[in-house]
Design a protein around this ligand. Structure first.
Ligand code: R5P
Length: 260
């Protein structure tokens, strides 16, 4: 692998542990002012010291993040639909490679919608983005978006992850499911999980623990951190599982001790 690409990947996935805690705050790209992200800069600031990477759009990056931050930026570069549409799969590339370079992106993130009405377009977008990333040494994170009509099982998610890796993605983001080790075993690149909708803190910690126990490289978690009443203790607890090898029970004790 090219030095620049490997260097960027090493910034996101800690080489010693081969693990990653990525903080996702890109939800506004199709959801608008998501609960907890009305003022993303304020939400994100106290969390950055505990994240290995920050996933967001260029709009929030330019308007809310201090260029002095040291956290690697995973830049969302796909979009073009909103929650007002029934079909969210009609995405296009929304950021040029030149702008990703200008923003010093450590990686570029794109959603693919396998099995959707725009499967081919989103997969072609991924392949094109991987070509551009390869040219300039910028890794691509493929997000396996799941339409309402799809089942989040190991067969479907394994298919979507494998296709994303085959087309050139260096990291794949997907959802945790029963039989998750099959998803990871079938994917030749690191897999990170999304947190999904806000659930109880105890359950979110269990989710993170199960994912890394089943082979995930880590999490790319958003709502279960920034929508928690205890966002900083929560990201610290998730980090203790992903990076420090704690169990979910140990992380829960840690979190409880800070909940007050
Ligand atoms: C979805 O397309 C976005 O990439 C989100 O960043 C992603 O779903 C992760 O966030 P959460 O943990 O809130 O699901």
């Amino acid at each position: 692998m090219d030095w620049g690409m490997q260097n960027r990947l090493n910034g996101i996935i800690t080489p010693n542990t081969n693990r990653c805690v990525m903080l996702a705050v890109d939800h506004g790209y199709f959801q608008g002012p998501t609960t907890g992200l009305e003022r993303p800069a304020e939400t994100v600031a106290p969390l950055l010291d505990h994240a290995d990477a920050l996933m967001l759009t260029r709009g929030v990056l330019r308007n809310g993040i201090d260029p002095g931050v040291r956290v690697p930026i995973v830049l969302r570069v796909s979009g073009g639909t909103s929650v007002l549409q029934d079909d969210l799969s009609n995405e296009d590339l929304t950021v040029s490679i030149e702008d990703a370079i200008r923003l010093n992106a450590a990686a570029m993130a794109i959603s693919v919608f396998v099995g959707s009405s725009h499967e081919k377009e989103t997969l072609s977008n991924l392949a094109r983005l991987c070509d551009e990333g390869q040219e300039y040494g910028i890794p691509v994170l493929a997000v396996t978006a799941v339409g309402k009509e799809m089942v989040r099982d190991a067969r479907y998610l394994g298919l979507a992850c494998r296709i994303a890796a085959e087309l050139g993605a260096q990291i794949v983001k997907t959802y945790y499911c029963d039989g998750f080790e099959k998803v990871v075993n079938g994917c030749p690149v690191p897999v990170v999980i999304a947190g999904g909708k806000k659930i109880e803190e105890r359950e979110a910690l269990k989710l993170a623990y199960n994912a890394v126990s089943d082979g995930a490289t880590g999490v790319d978690m958003g709502r279960n951190i920034f929508q928690s009443k205890w966002p900083v203790p929560m990201i610290q607890a998730v980090r203790s599982i992903v990076q420090d090898g704690r169990t979910d029970a140990e992380a829960w004790d840690l979190l409880q001790s800070q909940m007050g």
